[in-house]
Design a protein around this ligand. Structure first.
Ligand code: TYD
Ligand code: MG
Length: 485
């Protein structure tokens, strides 16, 4: 007879304790611990007798997993070539970002090739899902639909007849099983229901796709509990005010992580974006001070984004530092290095930094582009027309080379850029594509001198404004000769 006990589980981090307390010892969250009943499988503490298993070596036949291509290229790219039968996938993201839309499009596209696909919605009624399908123009797709949240019922339905190739569960937070007393969305419900469904998926070689909502802290609620149980975790991100959406692999047992798929939200649902670099760049016709194009990488894919900076005299005692799309601490570092090693002082200025298109840049390789945008805005001198930048800046003021230099340059050349300003050295040697000119920089002072040399008097008229500033900030560490270049 199984023994029933109760335990106390933190709803924020999933930590378990034997006693209730107001604050979780593990994550420090207040009021997040609730009591849950557990059924101990081991009952009275008698260890069940095990069966001997065969141990084997690393060498042997390893087959590549079969793949179910969804027909949505960007989705297949992120999953590493398509869905894997018998695997579980978690798609996380903010509410309203487009998780239900992309998954409905995916199953509809899959169903065309013949496999049996099931879409179970716990959040929307059948009528709502049908309405969306109509809007997406996929209403005639052969998708089996249900609005259900009870897991034993779902399992009984799925077990009846041939196993479906793909099952979408929208969302994991709505599922519940009567075996557990707590409410849907709590850690124990999320854990138990997803475990049961994953077990079914493995047994019947079904690919299971969970939708998971992200909480305020940016974690999937039922927090982290299911991330380790699934094979693949994809995050859907994007800014509300922008059309583009990025599907990012953060864990993938069947492919590379850090791969991204780029989509655009339109009236007809999510559309794949073939040339993402164009999406993240502003108008390039007129080089404006404060704008720099960063040749970035997202996984294995080069992606050019425009970094915009506005440096303006501040009336505040503590000037503002506002960053959108980049790390605030990284900006502070670049500002500190500019001040310490290049004599560029922005202490009396408000600094605003924005990555165009709502893109979030995570690479330190953007340091050089950010520094260039800042200095260009401060001085009013635009960067050379049609130029891209990449390179990391170290605290000593040195520009450090970054990986994938060649791929970055190739993408820039493909999009018609003519100059590259980048950190070069070490083993990361690159060849500049024929149609481009390269300007390697070895330290940040080099870059500052180069921008200063784009003398405002030769630049557009508004650059005149920057002339006094230019004298004020002129780097002391840069020799005159270099500035005169
Ligand atoms: P949805 O897939 O419901 O988001 P999630 O499941 O992540 O909560 O996406 C809803 C948003 O997408 C909604 O704000 C409307 C928008 N949308 C479009 O712009 N075009 C479309 O064709 C569809 C179906 C939705
Ligand atoms: Mg939804």
């Amino acid at each position: 007879m199984a023994k029933v006990t109760s335990k106390f589980v933190c709803q924020a981090c999933g930590a378990e304790t034997r006693k209730w307390s107001g604050k979780c010892e593990s994550c420090g969250e207040w009021n997040s611990i609730s009591e849950e009943a557990v059924t101990s499988a081991l009952g009275g503490g008698v260890a069940p007798k095990g069966r001997r298993i065969t141990l084997t070596g690393l060498k042997g036949e390893a087959e590549a997993p079969p793949r179910l291509a969804t027909g949505i290229g960007e989705l297949d790219r992120v999953t590493g070539g398509g869905l894997v039968p018998g695997s579980a996938l978690l798609v996380g993201g903010d509410p309203g970002i487009g998780k239900s839309t992309i998954l409905l499009q995916a199953v509809a596209s899959l169903s065309k090739a013949g496999p049996r696909v099931v879409y179970i919605s716990g959040e929307e009624s059948i009528a709502q899902v049908r309405l969306r399908a109509e809007r997406l123009g996929i209403a005639d797709a052969d998708v089996l639909l249900a609005a259900e949240t009870n897991v034993p019922d779902i399992l009984a339905t799925l077990s009846d007849g041939p196993a479906p190739a793909v099952v979408v569960i929208d969302s994991i937070q709505t599922l519940w099983t009567p075996a557990i007393e707590s409410a849907p969305g709590t850690v124990s419900q999320v854990r138990a229901t997803s475990e049961a469904l994953i077990r079914f998926a493995k047994q019947r070689s079904t690919c299971l796709i969970f939708v998971g909502h992200v909480t305020k802290e940016g974690q999937i609620a039922g927090p982290k509990v299911i991330e380790h149980m699934v094979d693949t975790v994809l995050y859907f991100e994007g800014e509300r005010g922008h059309q583009f959406r990025i599907l990012r692999a953060v864990k993938n047992r069947f492919g590379a992580t850090d791969e991204i798929g780029v989509f655009e939200m339109s009236d007809g649902g999510l559309r794949e974006v073939e040339n993402p670099s164009a999406l993240f760049m502003g108008e390039r016709d007129d080089p404006a001070p404060g704008s720099a194009v960063f040749a970035g990488m997202e996984g294995t894919r080069p992606l050019l984004v425009e970094v915009q900076a506005l440096v303006a005299p501040s009336a505040l005692g503590t000037p503002r530092r506002a960053v959108v799309g980049w790390e605030a601490s990284r900006l502070s570092m670049v500002l500190a290095v500019l001040e310490a090693h290049c004599g560029v002082v922005m202490a009396g200025h408000d600094v605003y930094l924005n990555v165009a298109g709502g893109m979030k840049v995570r690479e330190p390789a953007a340091d050089l582009a950010v520094a260039a945008a800042l200095v260009s805005s401060l001085t009013g001198a635009p960067l050379p027309r049609n130029s891209v930048l990449f390179g990391e800046i170290s605290l000593s003021g040195a520009a450090r080379p970054v990986t994938h230099g060649q791929a970055r340059l190739k993408e820039a050349a493909k999009l018609g850029f003519e100059h590259a300003i980048f950190a070069q050295g070490g083993s990361q040697q690159v060849t500049i594509p024929g149609e481009m000119t390269g300007r390697p920089v070895s330290n940040l002072a080099d870059l500052v001198a180069m921008i200063a040399a784009q003398s405002p008097s030769q630049g557009p008229p508004q650059a005149q404004v920057g002339e006094d500033v230019l004298h004020e900030f002129m780097p002391s560490s840069v020799p005159e000769a270099q500035l005169a270049q």
